[in-house]
Design a protein around this ligand. Structure first.
Ligand SMILES: C[S@@+](CC[C@H](N)C(=O)[O-])C[C@H]1O[C@@H](n2cnc3c(N)ncnc32)[C@H](O)[C@@H]1O
Length: 242
């Protein structure tokens, strides 16, 4: 992500920038430490912490927070509150790769609908449809008083091109099939699942399999200083009056 910030010129390499890379998994943080060269005026620090722990000790300290491939793993309203809490008033957030309830395999097989439903249900936790995080996030951010900016899809689309799948694409396909086994084999029965799996593996070998996983990215701003959360109806009336 730091490399993308540079490549896409989201932050100027000429400005003085302090970055903090955080994850509760110490191994992941250690791997990130091998970061490539940064512009001379950029500094990066590392921390092993959960989002909630960081929000507790670094409230209001950041101009820009990126939650990359994270929010669909957490209880949404508290995660959104923690994300916004990290920002200075009016600070910018960017929440990327929020799974949004669609996993499509092509060509279709008879068991797809049952397997897909079981897979998505395995992500849901008591009282919370985490498999629908992308669209639920929009409402959760508004309810927390955030201002929504750019919203768009960041779907994974994996298909063989000339030369087949890349090594990374094969890892994703195999990992997704394994997630499906863990989540759905007991629901559809091991024999039926193995038949479905074998058909998918044959499609991979033939370079025929396409996988589409729908995700949403959302960027916006934390509430400005002194602003309060308004009911959605009141905000609509306010924007019509402008
Ligand atoms: C899908 S991975 C994405 C990792 C990394 N952001 C990236 O894109 O390479 C999800 C990450 O969320 C981290 N995670 C799990 N629970 C978390 C929490 N409560 N607060 C912050 N991160 C958490 C995991 O350790 C894992 O590294």
């Amino acid at each position: 992500m730091v490399e993308r910030l540079l490549r896409w010129r989201l932050l100027s390499p000429k400005r003085s920038v302090r970055l903090l890379a955080v994850d509760p998994d110490a191994n992941l943080v250690a791997a990130t430490r091998q970061l490539r060269t940064l512009p001379p005026r950029w500094r990066i620090e590392f921390d092993v912490a959960s989002l909630a722990e960081l929000a507790e000790r670094a409230s209001g300290q950041f101009d820009f927070v990126i939650a990359h491939h994270l929010l669909d793993l957490l209880p949404l309203s508290s995660a959104v509150a923690d994300l916004l809490r990290l920002l200075r008033p009016g600070g910018v957030f960017w929440a990327t790769l929020n799974f949004d309830g669609l996993t499509e395999w092509f060509p279709p097989l008879a068991l797809d609908r049952t397997i897909g439903a079981a897979y998505h249900a395995s992500m849901d936790q008591a009282g919370e449809q985490r498999s629908q995080t992308g669209r639920r996030l929009l409402a959760a951010l508004r309810a927390a008083g955030a201002q929504l900016g750019a919203i768009g899809s960041s779907d994974w689309v994996i298909a063989a091109r000339e030369g087949g799948y890349t090594a990374d694409e094969l890892v994703v396909l195999e990992t997704m099939l394994e997630f499906h086994r863990q989540a759905t084999a007991a629901v559809v029965g091991p024999t039926a699942f193995e038949r479905w799996l074998l058909a998918r593996q044959r499609q991979i070998a033939a370079g025929e399999l396409v996988l589409i996983v729908h995700q949403l990215d959302v960027a916006g701003r934390a509430p400005a200083s002194g602003s309060t959360v308004q009911p959605v109806g009141a905000r609509r009336a306010w924007s019509r009056a402008r």
